[in-house]
Write a protein that binds this ligand. Structure first.
Ligand SMILES: C[S@@+](CC[C@H](N)C(=O)[O-])C[C@H]1O[C@@H](n2cnc3c(N)ncnc32)[C@H](O)[C@@H]1O
Length: 340
């Protein structure tokens, strides 16, 4: 086969790979191989799975580089497979379970009609509600989503901290992470800057179980508090704000609302740090251009160019100061400072 034929075939069957991976992670096969190699029959017996189909799935997982199939059909995890262990420090397990799970999968099927008709939000077309309505009303879906966000953060927090490593924050005393999830980014930022206190501002449902919140687990309970609220109505007062993976969920009008609420709560000179995958120019293939289609399929949001983020900042009283661009495929940070 020619290279072009291989590329075309891989693209057509890309979903097969991600669904094979999803099944292996969801059924516990990946976690079961954490410490020891096993034949498929032993994995099937331990996890109450059909032995013949378990072997076929594990053979396919080996074919996509997640497992190794050794002599006598004994399977072990590859180094790529380890990233899907629950215990991996940069685990992508939550991302895999959420992004290839039923709600996201079902939303994507509306993509052709969304592109044909205009509009967005395949999720609403499928389920007749917005994605955050389901996340807050269905505890199981909410738990999957919040684990996925923490899972994304296990890679992204390091990128954001690296981007901001030279930043002078000596005058900053209080940082608020709006839509900050369970606090992964903020807690790691506070660890790096012991003179700063923090607030994670989140929907009440995300904060419902204190065991899930990272400040306690990271021994930062005295410096990081969690405040429940609606970012479309208000924001806490702070010297600086993080918005990581928040603005990309929303359309321009909704983003301006969030930014204006932070503006109203803060004082002149306050700073805002927008962490997102910034869309590069037309000649550069980039993850942000794919993530943009995900946003089109499941929410009202979009991935934006740097100029589009600057327009949002200018339109909400946070003139742009600087952008920390990161290597391709990593998060960038766009900074605004509150005008008088
Ligand atoms: C895509 S997630 C990003 C979470 C986190 N910043 C991160 O990067 O992992 C968006 C977050 O916004 C929160 N959120 C959605 N609507 C909100 C609202 N109206 N007020 C406050 N938070 C909201 C969600 O609960 C979710 O945690």
């Amino acid at each position: 086969m020619t290279d072009a034929t291989n590329i075309a075939q891989d693209l057509v069957t890309g979903r097969w790979r991600s669904q094979i991976l999803h099944a292996g992670v969801k059924l516990g096969i990946v976690d079961h191989l954490e410490t020891q190699s096993h034949p498929a029959t032993a994995v099937a017996a331990a996890l109450s799975l059909n032995p013949e189909n378990t072997y076929r799935l594990m053979r396919a997982l080996a074919s996509i580089g997640i497992l190794d199939e050794g002599a006598q059909g004994v399977f072990s995890l590859t180094s790529a497979g380890q990233f899907f262990l629950s215990s991996h420090p940069n685990s992508m397990r939550g991302v895999c379970l959420w992004e290839e799970g039923l709600p996201m999968y079902a939303a994507w099927k509306h993509l052709p009609e969304i592109v044909r008709d205009g509009g967005d939000d395949g999720f609403k077309r499928e389920y007749n509600c917005a994605v955050f309505d389901m996340i807050t009303s269905d505890a199981e879906v909410g738990a999957l989503f919040n684990s996925a966000m923490t899972s994304y953060s296990q890679v992204e927090t390091a990128q954001v901290l690296a981007a901001l490593s030279e930043l002078d924050v000596s005058q900053v005393r209080q940082v608020c992470d709006i839509g900050g999830g369970r606090g992964h980014l903020l807690c790691h930022f506070l660890q790096a800057h012991p003179h700063i206190n923090g607030i994670v501002f989140e929907l009440p449902e995300t904060l419902a179980d204190p065991h899930d919140l990272l400040a306690g687990q990271m021994d930062l309970g005295d410096r990081c508090r969690y405040t429940a609220g609606n970012m479309f109505e208000q924001a806490p007062n702070a010297d600086a704000y993080f918005l990581k993976h928040v603005l990309h969920d929303w359309n321009d009008e909704e983003c301006i609302g969030i930014l204006k609420n932070a503006h109203a709560a803060s004082h002149p000179g306050a700073r805002i740090w927008i962490a997102e995958y910034v869309v590069p120019g037309p000649d550069t293939p980039d993850f942000a251009k794919l993530f943009d289609i995900h946003m089109m399929s499941v929410l009202t949001g979009k991935e934006r160019t740097e100029a589009e983020y600057i327009d949002l900042l200018d339109g909400s009283g946070w003139p742009h100061v600087k952008t920390w661009c990161q290597p391709q495929g990593s998060m960038s940070v766009v900074e605004g400072v509150r005008a008088a």
